[in-house]
Design a protein around this ligand. Structure first.
Ligand SMILES: *[C@@H]1O[C@H](CO)[C@@H](O)[C@H](O)[C@H]1NC(C)=O
Length: 341
């Protein structure tokens, strides 16, 4: 019976991957890769989980977080999972045959409800390994959930997710790598990569007619924890997000859970980086408005429909730590608003 429903679930994933494969064959000149995520439900609601900074073979409470994700994922009947990066510690994958892939991913997120597509960005720790291996479609032969790309769009009808490869932005990785080796193949030179990426994001965001627009990256925009704000993202990426009415920016990198409101735009910042090692014990306020901060492990759920977006943070026991809801401000796209007039 469990096998039967797992087979159905993996058939669903395969159907979705058919779309992914088709999209990925599109020529590079067509802009950012685009994945069409068609909801299997007809209530118009999208549910997903967000976890970041996790791949430690189950240690540092990774397994406890995974178990609670399974329970919450089932309760919310989630459509997919987002990873905000640092998928494999300490130094990414060594190749497509690295056992860490199974030990930190396949064998950890085993719950039935998590057998959905996982859309993943790369973190700085992933860049310390073989990046091309982590991006390789060969990994989907081992576990077909794993959809990791550099920068791409997931079009989930009422919402467009813009996944952004943020590691190349951080200048110090290029100028002061210390003992670390970063795999910049297909990225260097930095300036050209970033300007192309920002242009492609701007074009895609301007074209988007989705009700909600959400950007996802590994690095913090605003954070009160260890890494603080990422200056390069505030200078280079944030103006593009602001210009294009992005509602939310979701990231990892700091191993905590936090919600910060912007003082100079409607953008809300969410950090979900509590997938394993946490409890850093650092708190440094910044200029934006801190709404919530938890220094320990956990994850986030997001539920969206035409009218409302709901964010919830959970700890390692699945207890709700914090909830935030936002009504959609963009009424012009609302069908019932049009008929009411
Ligand atoms: C695991 O989570 C519990 C509950 O939050 C915490 O007390 C403990 O320190 C965590 N363990 C590690 C290794 O972080």
């Amino acid at each position: 019976m469990a096998n039967g429903s797992a087979a159905v679930a993996s058939a669903k994933v395969l159907a979705i991957l058919g779309v992914v494969a088709a999209v990925l064959c599109a020529p590079a000149a067509a802009g950012l890769p685009r994945v069409a995520h068609e909801s299997a439900k007809d209530d118009g609601k999208l549910s997903l989980l967000v976890v970041g900074d996790w791949g430690r073979k189950g240690t540092y409470n990774q397994s406890r977080v995974a178990e609670q994700m399974g329970r919450v994922g089932e309760k919310l009947d989630i459509d997919f999972v987002i990873s905000t990066g640092d998928n494999f510690y300490e130094t990414g994958l060594t190749g497509v045959d690295d056992q860490a892939f199974e030990l930190s991913f396949t064998n950890i997120y085993t719950a039935e409800s998590l057998q959905k597509p996982w859309y993943l960005v790369l973190g700085n720790h992933d860049y310390k390994g073989d990046v091309l291996a982590q991006l390789s479609p060969v990994l989907r032969k081992i576990d077909n959930r794993f959809i990791c790309m550099r920068s791409f769009i997931v079009d989930a009808e009422i919402v467009d997710f813009f996944f952004v490869d943020t590691t190349p932005f951080q200048l110090k990785y290029w100028t002061h790598p210390k003992g670390d080796h970063y795999d910049w193949r297909e990225v260097a030179p930095r300036g050209k990569y970033i300007s192309n990426l920002l242009k492609e994001l701007d074009v895609a965001m301007k074209k988007s007619t989705a009700k909600w627009k959400i950007a996802v990256g590994h690095h913090t925009m605003r954070s009160v924890s260890d890494h603080g704000d990422t200056t390069e993202l505030v200078q280079l990426l944030l103006p593009v997000l602001k210009d294009n009415g992005i509602d939310f920016y979701i990231n990892g990198h700091d191993h905590c859970l936090e919600h910060i409101s912007s003082r100079d735009s409607p953008i809300q910042y969410f950090t979900s980086g509590g997938g394993s090692k946490a409890w850093r014990g650092v708190f440094q306020p910044n200029k934006d408005k801190l709404q919530f901060f938890y220094d320990g492990q956990g994850f986030m759920s997001v539920q969206l429909d035409q009218d409302q977006a709901d964010f919830v943070f959970y700890d390692v026991d699945g207890h709700i730590l914090y909830q935030y809801s936002q009504k959609s401000l963009k009424k012009t796209h609302h069908p019932s608003y049009v008929t009411d007039e």
